[in-house]
Ligand binder design. Structure first.
Ligand SMILES: Nc1nc2c(c(=O)[nH]1)N[C@H]1C(S)=C(S)[C@@H](COP(=O)(O)OP(=O)(O)OC[C@H]3O[C@@H](n4cnc5c(=O)[nH]c(N)nc54)[C@H](O)[C@@H]3O)O[C@H]1N2
Ligand SMILES: Nc1nc2c(c(=O)[nH]1)N[C@H]1C(S)=C(S)[C@@H](COP(=O)(O)OP(=O)(O)OC[C@H]3O[C@@H](n4cnc5c(=O)[nH]c(N)nc54)[C@H](O)[C@@H]3O)O[C@H]1N2
Ligand SMILES: [Mo]
Length: 775
C-alpha cells in the first residue's frame, strides 16, 4: 500500500496472531480461515473482562449481515410510514443499487423537508477505534449534506449530564479527573458506595482499555485498613468484604438525606467548608430539618422509606464524619426517575463532610460503573475524526426518541428551555441498537412506523436492523485497520485487521464515501483520502499538537502501541479547594450549588432548587407495587457489552433455557412456585418477556435482576405488543424521562410481576437473519 506523498503505509496484512482492542479490553487473537478462533488478554491486564470470550466466532456468525438489503415493502411502494417494519421480508440488492436508492432518498428528504427532517443522533457504542467510529462517521457524512436533527447527552449519564454542570460546573471532570485509585488506597478510610462498586462494569471503557486496576486497588485499599460500605439491592455489587445495606431500590436519596440530617443535627457538618466553597446550604437545610414542611429528613423518616434500620444510618453518619470518607454514587442511580437527585445529593452529603478536594475524601461518581473513574488521565488530546459543522439546531435529549417520532410539533421542557419535536422523515442509525438502549419497546416499535425511511448500518442483524428499510452491512472492528485512544488509558494501540471483510461487508467509511460521491460531496467527506490515508493523517495531525515526542506513524504501526504521559495522583477538586477564586467552578456562583437559583427559577415540579426526595412511580413503597410487586433492576450485563455479541460464547453460557437469566431471591421464587431453570413470564403495563430463573439469596427479597442485552425476539413480529421470548428488559421499562430538567434515560428500574410460563416456550430466533424474498 502506498500512502500520500508516495510513502509506504505499512499496514500489515492479515496474519495468524494479532493484537487488537475492544471497548472491553485489549487482546491477542488467533485467526484461522477468516475467523477469530481464540483470544487471550494482553500482558499487563490483571483483570481482563470475561466478555473477551464473545469474540471467537464473531466474524462469521450466523447473525452477520452478508449483503446490502432493502425491506420488500419499501422497495415495492417507496418511502412512507409503514406498519410492517420488523415483520417484512428483505430483498438483497447490489452495492451500486443501495448507493443509488439511499442517495436518492436522502436527496428527496432534504429537498422536500429540509435537513432537520433527518434524525441522525444515531446513539450507540459501536466499536472502539478513533477513525472507524460509526457515530463520528455518520455525523460527518450528514454534516456534509447540510446537517441533521441531533441528540444531546447519553443513555449512560442523561441526568448527570444536565444537573452536574449546573451544580458543580462540570460533567466530564467528574470522571476524567476523578480521585485516583492510588490516592484512595493510600488515604481513604471509608468508601460509602451507593450502588456498590460493581467490578463487572469496570471491564468496560469507552474507546477501549488496556488495564483493569479496580479489583487490585480495592484489595490494596482493604489491606491498608480501608472499609467499604455498599448500599445496593445486590450483595455482589461489591466483590469481597463490605458492610452491605440492601435498601428498597430507588430510595438512596432518602438515605443520603438521613445521613445529612445526622450531620446537621449533631453539629458534625463542616460549616466552614459549606460557607467557603458552597452556596445555598441554608436553603437546603430548611428542607433537611423540615422547617417548612414539618418533616425532618431524619433516619427515622428515611427508615420508613428505604427499609433500613434508623440506628444503623445514625451510626454510619457519625462514622463518616470521624474519618477520611469518600461518598460514591454509581451511574445507575441517575438512570431512574428523578435521577438528577442522587448525584446532586451525594455531592451535597460530601460537601457537608467537608472533605471535597482532600486526598481520598469527598465525592466520586461511577467507581464501578466504568473503568475510567479512578484512572489517570492522559496529558493530551486524542486523534479525532473531524465531524464538521451541523447547521441544523434542532435537537432532542437522547432518550426522547420515541416521543419525538410519535409527537412531531409537540412542545417539551428541557433544561430551562421550551422546545418542539421536529417532524422526522428519515431516521439514520449507524453503530447503535435502540432495541437495546431504549425503554418500552412496544412504544418504540410504534414510533418506528412513523418515518418515511429507516436506515441502519450494522455488522449484525440486530432487531434494529430488522426494523429498518435499508440495511447496510458494516465491517466489524476485526476486519479493518484502526487505532484506539481513550482519555484515561495510557496506551494508544494499533488495531490491526484480524480478518478479511466477511461476505459483502464494507467499512462504514467506504459506504459514506460512495454515497457522498453520488450526492456530490465526495471531496468534502473524504478530503481525497482512503481510510488508510486517514489513519496516517489523523495520527500525524495529532502528533503535531503534542509537547512531547511520539514515534512516527510508521514506527507506531510497526511497534503496535504508543505510551502517553498521564497526570498522576489526582484528587477531584483539589485545585478548587486549594484556591477557590483562582479555580472557580463553572457555576453561576463559582461554587458548589447546593441551592441553584436557576433550577428553582424553571419552576419544575420534578426538580426543584435543591436536592430532594421524590417518590418515584416505580418503587416498592408506591401504589403501583400492589399490582407489580417485584422491583426489576435492568442493569448492565456481566457477560457482554450491552447487546454486542449476545450470540457469543460467554453471553450464551449465561442463558437459562436459552433465555436471559432473571436472578431472584429463593423466597420470591417459592411464593410463585418457581424453581431454578424455569422459564417465566415477566410482565407489567409496558409489556412482557420470557426469562430463565436463577435463584440467589444475594438479591434483596422483592428485587429481581434481568440485565440488558438479550436481543429482542418477538413471538409475533407483526404485533407491536408481542412479548419478547428472549428476555429483553426494555419490554418492561417505562418510557419516561428523569425529569423536565434533563429528560434522561430511566431504564434502570421497573416494577414487574413474574409467573411460571406453562406453555411450551417458543424457540429463540433472535440471532437468525430475517427472511429474504426473491426480487
Ligand atoms: N433498561 C435499560 N436500558 C438501557 C440501560 C440500562 O441500564 N437499562 N443502559 C443504557 C446505556 S448506559 C447505554 S450506553 C445503552 C447502550 O446502547 P447501545 O450503545 O445502542 O448498545 P450496543 O449493543 O453497544 O449497540 C452498538 C451497536 O453497534 C454495532 N456496531 C459495532 N461495530 C460497528 C461498526 O463498526 N459499525 C456499525 N455501523 N455498527 C457497529 C453493534 O453490532 C451494535 O448493534 O443502553 C441503554 N439502555
Ligand atoms: N460488563 C459490562 N460492563 C459495562 C457495560 C456493559 O454493558 N457490560 N456497560 C457500560 C456502560 S455504557 C455504562 S453507562 C456503565 C453503567 O454503569 P451503572 O449504571 O453503574 O451500571 P448498572 O450495572 O446498571 O448498575 C450498577 C449497580 O447499581 C445497583 N443499583 C441499581 N439500582 C439501584 C438503586 O436504586 N440503589 C442502589 N443503591 N443501587 C442500585 C444495581 O444492583 C447494579 O448492579 O456500565 C458500563 N460497564
Ligand atoms: Mo452507557
Amino acid at each position: 500500500m502506498v500512502g500520500r506523498g508516495g510513502r509506504a503505509v505499512r499496514l500489515s496484512s492479515v496474519s495468524a496472531t494479532q493484537t487488537s482492542l475492544t471497548h472491553w479490553g485489549a487482546f491477542s487473537a488467533t485467526v484461522e480461515a477468516g475467523e477469530i478462533t481464540a483470544v487471550a488478554p494482553v500482558a499487563g491486564d490483571d483483570d481482563p473482562s470475561v466478555a473477551l470470550g464473545n469474540l471467537p466466532g464473531s466474524v462469521r456468525h450466523i447473525s452477520r449481515v452478508t449483503t446490502p438489503a432493502v425491506r420488500r415493502g419499501w422497495l415495492d411502494h417507496g418511502p412512507g410510514p409503514d406498519d410492517s417494519r420488523g415483520a417484512d421480508d428483505f430483498v438483497a440488492v447490489t452495492w451500486d443499487e443501495l448507493t443509488e436508492l439511499l442517495g436518492d432518498e436522502l436527496r428527496r428528504v432534504i429537498d422536500t423537508h429540509g435537513n432537520g427532517a433527518i434524525y441522525g443522533g444515531s446513539y450507540g457504542w459501536s466499536s472502539a477505534g478513533r477513525f472507524h467510529h460509526a457515530q463520528s462517521q455518520v455525523h460527518r457524512f450528514l454534516n456534509c449534506l447540510g446537517g441533521y436533527t441531533f441528540s444531546r447527552h447519553s443513555y449512560s449519564l442523561g441526568a448527570t449530564g444536565v444537573i452536574m454542570p449546573r451544580v458543580v460546573g462540570t460533567h466530564d471532570d467528574l470522571f476524567k479527573r476523578s480521585t485516583q485509585w492510588d490516592v484512595i488506597v493510600e488515604h481513604t478510610d471509608l468508601m460509602v458506595c451507593f450502588g456498590g462498586v460493581a467490578l463487572k462494569n469496570t471491564g468496560v471503557n469507552h474507546g477501549g482499555t488496556t488495564a483493569h486496576p479496580a479489583r487490585g486497588a480495592l484489595d490494596r485499599f482493604r489491606a491498608r485498613g480501608g472499609h467499604l460500605v455498599s448500599f445496593s439491592p445486590l450483595r455482589d455489587d461489591v466483590d469481597g468484604p463490605c458492610d452491605w445495606f440492601a435498601p428498597v431500590p430507588g430510595t438512596d436519596v432518602a438515605i443520603m438525606l438521613a445521613l445529612a440530617h445526622v450531620l446537621a443535627a449533631e453539629s458534625l457538618a463542616d460549616r466552614d467548608f459549606l460557607a467557603t466553597y458552597c452556596t445555598g446550604y441554608d436553603r437546603f437545610e430548611r428542607y433537611l430539618l423540615g422547617v417548612d414542611d414539618g418533616t425532618p429528613k431524619s433516619p427515622q423518616w428515611a427508615a420508613q422509606i428505604c427499609g433500613l434500620d434508623a440506628d444503623d444510618l445514625t451510626a454510619l453518619a457519625r462514622r463518616m464524619a470521624a474519618c477520611r470518607t469518600i461518598v460514591t454514587v454509581s451511574w445507575s442511580l441517575q438512570r431512574t426517575r428523578h435521577g438528577e437527585q442522587a448525584p446532586w445529593m451525594g455531592l451535597t452529603l460530601a460537601a457537608m463532610l467537608g472533605q471535597i478536594g482532600l486526598p481520598g475524601g469527598g465525592f466520586g461518581h461511577g467507581y464501578g460503573s466504568m473503568n475510567e473513574p479512578g484512572l489517570a488521565p492522559v496529558r493530551c488530546g486524542l486523534p479525532r475524526l473531524p465531524q464538521g459543522i451541523n447547521p441544523v439546531t434542532t435537537f432532542i435529549p437522547v432518550a426522547a426518541v420515541s416521543d419525538m417520532l410519535l409527537s412531531p410539533g409537540e412542545p417539551f421542557d428541557y433544561n430551562g428551555l421550551r422546545l418542539h419535536y421536529p417532524d422526522i422523515r428519515l431516521v439514520y442509525w449507524a453503530g447503535g441498537n435502540p432495541f437495546h438502549h431504549h425503554q418500552n419497546i412496544p412504544r418504540l416499535r410504534r414510533a418506528l412506523r412513523r418515518p418515511d425511511t429507516v436506515v441502519v448500518h450494522d455488522p449484525y442483524w440486530t432487531p434494529m436492523a430488522k426494523h429498518a428499510d435499508i440495511v447496510v452491512p458494516s465491517t466489524t472492528f476485526a476486519e479493518r485497520h484502526d487505532f484506539s485512544g481513550s482519555r484515561n488509558d495510557p496506551v494508544l494501540m494499533a488495531m490491526r485487521r484480524l480478518a478479511e471483510p466477511y461476505a459483502q461487508a464494507r467499512d462504514d467509511y467506504d459506504t459514506f464515501a460512495a454515497l457522498a460521491r453520488r450526492l456530490g460531496v465526495a471531496d468534502t467527506f473524504t478530503e481525497g483520502r482512503t481510510s488508510a490515508q486517514w489513519l496516517r493523517h489523523l495520527y500525524e495531525k495529532w502528533s503535531a499538537t503534542l509537547d512531547f515526542e511520539v514515534p512516527s506513524f510508521d514506527e507506531f504501526w510497526q511497534v503496535g502501541q504508543v505510551r502517553l504521559p498521564t497526570d498522576e495522583g489526582l484528587t477531584l477538586f483539589a485545585d478548587f479547594r486549594a484556591d477557590p477564586s483562582a479555580h472557580r467552578l463553572a457555576t453561576p456562583s463559582g461554587r458548589i450549588e447546593i441551592f441553584s437559583a436557576d433550577i428553582a427559577g424553571f419552576g419544575y415540579r420534578d426538580c426543584v432548587g435543591h436536592p430532594a426526595w421524590f417518590e418515584p412511580a416505580e418503587w416498592l413503597g408506591g401504589p403501583r407495587a400492589e399490582r407489580y410487586p417485584l422491583h426489576l433492576l435492568a442493569n448492565q450485563p456481566a457477560s457482554r457489552l450491552h447487546s454486542q455479541l449476545d450470540g457469543g460464547a460467554t453471553s450464551q453460557a449465561s442463558k437459562v433455557a436459552g433465555r436471559e437469566p432473571v436472578r431472584m431471591h429463593p423466597d420470591d421464587a417459592a411464593e410463585r412456585g418457581l424453581a431454578a431453570g424455569d422459564v417465566v413470564r415477566m410482565f407489567n403495563d409496558s409489556g412482557a418477556c420470557l426469562a430463565g430463573v436463577v435463584l440467589d439469596d444475594r438479591v434483596r427479597p422483592r428485587v429481581v435482576q434481568l440485565s440488558t442485552g438479550a436481543w429482542f425476539d418477538p413471538a409475533d413480529p407483526a404485533d407491536p405488543d408481542s412479548m419478547c421470548v428472549h428476555g429483553n428488559p426494555n419490554m418492561l421499562t417505562d418510557d419516561v424521562g428523569t425529569s423536565a430538567l434533563a429528560h434522561g434515560c430511566t431504564g434502570a428500574h421497573a416494577l414487574v410481576q413474574i409467573e411460571k410460563y406453562t406453555a411450551a416456550p417458543p424457540p429463540v430466533r433472535a440471532h437468525q437473519p430475517p427472511v429474504f424474498a426473491a426480487r
